[in-house]
Write a protein that binds this ligand. Structure first.
Ligand SMILES: Nc1ncnc2c1ncn2[C@@H]1O[C@H](COP(=O)(O)OP(=O)(O)OP(=O)(O)O)[C@@H](O)[C@H]1O
Ligand SMILES: [Mg+2]
Length: 421
């Protein structure tokens, strides 16, 4: 199976250079630089070509199974490479929101839907910031690529069935919502030559059904009328994100059991009917998340093509999350400059050297092992807690910082235990 090298080029917002000219300059630049590492991002200002300095923000490289190839350098001038170049520009506008008015609480406006034009600067770097074991992200992406291909080739869904619905489920704080947004953004980058317009519409079913509002029904209809209008343009790809999809099932249950006015069941049913209709468009994807473990009593989720469990990060993923945090704090000069190995390097060169770098990396690995069981959300707070609670100085050495992180992890675990009583 071929494993193409994806090169993503982020063009400056105000650059007017054509994609062809830019691609040529990028390939030229890469041919002249002898080699570069995967996972590396080259900033436009560090390029040698003047054109690139003026017109691009960054160039990044991706290949599935990064783990194995992290230390293989790539030679862009090698003829064996299957190179896919993607040029994109980030949209910097604020997303549009639909809100609903809470009459009982005069000032409150609840957001029920948010609409982004993609790729958006809001999600810059989001994909890269999420770490999972195995090729979870890449597999999801590749699944969606198949969905798009089948639709493009007019495969008959009555013969081969697929339905464009994905459910990510698992405990709180494991990155489900972030991953949905990152996937939508990634599609907008990778398919920039297939579609001309990309949108992400996030429906906040939780605030829509937290309470019965007299305008709810009208709002659902208006929202879907707009989405359908977008979908009529076959050069547009629309991702619809329904976060916490279980709240839809709950709302339906409480309305049938008579604790809510019967009007609200109409709203839930309207939403479900609309979703069923929208699924028929070849250019839509419905991304849903949930953190309940039991089956969700909703037909459209039940028939999802992919139901992916997202759990707490393993020791290796934790190492990567912590490593990214440490690099950020070194950049901010809160931790003194010191090198830490990438996890793949640490594993491969297990017993080769005996340097401080290796010593620090092993300490970080130990801390990662201790932190198993924490969610991604909790892990990203540990460095902050470590500094706030256990370090009194502005700058510290890596060794001091890791020690403080160890205390913060211990405290987090104790607090979590207390919450059980
Ligand atoms: N595997 C991970 N790698 C890196 N960061 C993560 C990971 N999992 C979670 N995070 C971080 O935790 C934060 C929360 O993630 P997010 O809100 O997407 O989780 P969620 O699964 O949707 O949670 P909830 O179920 O509570 O809605 C994000 O800022 C994200 O960066
Ligand atoms: Mg979420």
């Amino acid at each position: 199976m071929s494993n193409p090298l994806h090169i993503e080029v982020c063009q400056k917002v105000d650059s007017l250079l054509s994609v062809e000219d830019l691609s040529k300059a990028v390939l030229d630049e890469l041919k002249n630089s002898s080699s570069f590492d995967l996972n590396e991002t080259i900033l436009g200002k560090d390029c040698t070509h003047d054109i690139l300095k003026d017109h691009i923000d960054s160039i990044s490289f991706y290949r599935n199974n990064n783990e194995l190839t992290a230390f293989q350098t790539i030679h862009a001038n090698s003829n064996d490479e299957d190179i896919r170049l993607h040029v994109y520009r980030l949209h910097e506008d604020e997303p549009a929101t639909e809100t609903i008015h809470d009459n009982d609480n005069n000032s409150d406006e609840l957001p029920v839907a948010t609409h982004w034009v993609l790729p958006s600067s809001d999600f810059k770097g989001l994909w890269e910031s999420l770490y999972y074991d195995s090729d979870l992200k890449e597999n999801l992406l590749s699944f969606i690529e198949t969905t798009i291909l089948f639709a493009d080739c007019n495969v008959d869904p009555n013969i081969i069935s697929w339905n464009r619905v994905i459910l990510l489920h698992g405990p709180p704080g494991t990155g489900k919502t972030s991953l949905c947004k990152a996937l939508a953004q990634k599609l907008a980058i990778r398919f920039s030559d297939r579609y001309s317009h990309f949108a992400l519409v996030e429906i906040n079913s939780h605030s829509l059904f937290s309470k019965w509002f007299s305008e709810s029904g009208k709002l659902v209809m208006k929202m879907f009328a707009e989405i359908k209008q977008l979908l009529e343009n076959r050069d547009a790809l629309v991702c619809i994100l329904i976060d916490e999809v279980e709240s839809l099932a709950h709302a339906r249950k409480s309305s049938t059991s008579g604790t809510e006015p019967s009007d609200s069941i109409r709203v839930v049913n309207a939403l479900l009917t609309q979703l069923d209709q929208i699924k028929r468009y070849p250019n839509v994807l419905i991304l849903t998340t949930s953190n309940v473990t039991e089956a969700i009593d909703l037909a459209f989720v039940d028939r999802a093509d992919i139901k992916q469990f997202i759990g707490h990060p393993s020791e290796i993923a934790i190492y990567k999350i912590y490593h990214s945090c440490i690099k950020e704090l070194i950049k901010a000069r809160i931790i003194e400059v010191e090198a830490v190995h990438e996890i793949s390097h640490l594993k491969i060169n297990g017993h080769e050297e005996n340097s401080t770098t290796r010593h620090m990396s092993l300490k970080l690995l130990e801390l990662s092992r201790e932190s198993v069981g924490l969610s991604g959300r909790a892990l990203r707070k540990i460095p902050f807690l470590a500094h706030g609670l256990y370090l009194r100085t502005k700058t510290s050495t890596l060794s001091q910082f890791l020690r403080a992180m160890h205390f913060a992890v211990t405290k987090h675990k104790e607090d979590a235990l207390e919450r059980h009583y």
